[in-house]
Write a protein that binds this ligand. Structure first.
Ligand code: NAD
Ligand code: AKB
Length: 318
């Protein structure tokens, strides 16, 4: 049985990825690692280790001594948080990636997953149905770090044969854990306020459409890409991936079908400038061709699932 570690396991993606990988590979073979000293309740079913990806030697020692063969590196600052501390965002988002790429280059790892983002695109990128290969001039530190990371992943594959795989995730929507400081977070927050019976003040303008995806689709895509035969993975920078695209008005109209009194107002802040540089929709035909990607959740399924499942107590816990 191979041993897997997810670094950044307590976040929005990590929590669900750990649980899914443990079902597939056995609890004991899937390590969750994060900065926090204590293992969150949801992840107690398997091994948990406190780990700072920036402590390079400690990370190396652990991975080598535990004979880990697969790493999912999720630790990063997301777009909105990164703009508040660009130097640290660059350090965190890049240094950790090199630590893991180098372990694979030295033969300690068989496979790496590292997530990119729609943030790699910028204001000069075609906005509709953005192609896999296109103009990419990101203007945020987050987007710059993801674009540079993609280049390095491809470089390590081409020059050292490192089997690194990546997806440009859209904004991810889930109820298991809260989002960690992105521009698409409004599309999660909105469900808590709607369920509480509150009006929602949105930090993006009503017609700002962005690519989004329900978390179950994103986790399935991640696992499908990681399980795809090596020869099918033709893109070693990062795959475009599409779920459903919507604007704040479109998601609020869908919520109103379930909660007719729900009301939304729009007070765009600095995150509007970030969103304005990102695509409205994504062409993911390469993922469909190479490893048979197919999304399952459209906007109406996503909204119904979120309204059925969000636990409003989660926002009073923080
Ligand atoms: P998140 O902010 O919810 O979680 C990140 C986790 O990393 C947190 O639990 C945090 O404690 C941990 N972490 C931070 N610094 C660390 C360090 N030094 N060492 C170890 N752990 C550390 O993020 P997420 O939404 O789960 O995103 C995970 C990855 O996916 C990121 O690389 C992000 O850029 C990418 N991504 C996410 C989305 C999305 O919508 N969630 C979209 C595109 C790409
Ligand atoms: C963010 O908004 O920063 C993330 C992302 C799309 O990368 N959700």
């Amino acid at each position: 049985m191979k041993k897997i570690i997810i670094i950044g396991a307590c976040g929005q993606i990590g929590t669900e990825l750990v649980l899914n990988l443990r079902v597939k590979h056995g609890n004991d073979n899937v390590y969750a690692a994060d900065l926090h000293a204590d293992c969150p309740e949801k992840l107690v079913g398997g091994p948990y280790v406190q780990m700072d990806i920036l402590k390079k030697e400690e990370v190396r020692d652990f991975i080598i001594s535990e004979e880990i063969s697969e790493v999912y590196l999720l630790a990063a600052l997301l777009s909105a948080t990164a703009e508040k501390n660009p130097a640290f965002a660059w350090q965190l988002n890049m240094d950790g990636l090199f630590t893991i790429l180098d372990l694979a280059k030295e033969g300690y790892l068989d496979k790496i997953f590292w997530p990119s983002s729609i943030a790699v695109f910028g204001p000069t990128t075609p906005q509709r149905n953005t192609p896999q290969l296109t103009v990419m001039e990101p203007t945020t530190v987050y987007g710059i770090s993801k674009q540079a990371g993609e280049r390095w992943c491809e470089y390590y594959f081409n020059n050292y044969g490192v089997d690194v795989r990546s997806i440009r995730y859209p904004g991810l929507i889930s109820y298991t854990s809260l989002p960690g400081g992105g521009t698409t977070d409004y599309a999660v927050d909105i469900f808590y306020q709607a369920k509480l019976g509150n009006d929602f003040s949105c930090f993006l303008a009503e017609d700002t459409a962005l690519p989004m995806m329900y978390m179950e689709d994103a986790i399935r895509a991640t696992i499908e890409l990681m399980e795809a035969p090596k020869e099918n993975v033709n893109i070693r920078s990062s795959y475009n991936l599409s779920g459903c695209s919507f604007s704040p008005k479109e998601i609020s109209d869908e919520i109103k079908k379930h909660i007719p009194d729900f009301d939304i107002s729009y007070t765009p802040d600095f995150r509007q400038e970030i969103a304005d540089t990102w695509p409205g929709s994504i062409d993911d035909s390469r993922a469909r061709e190479d490893w048979a990607w197919q999304e399952r959740y459209d906007l109406s399924m996503l909204v119904k699932t979120m309204l059925d499942n969000v636990d409003v107590n989660m926002i009073s816990e923080i």
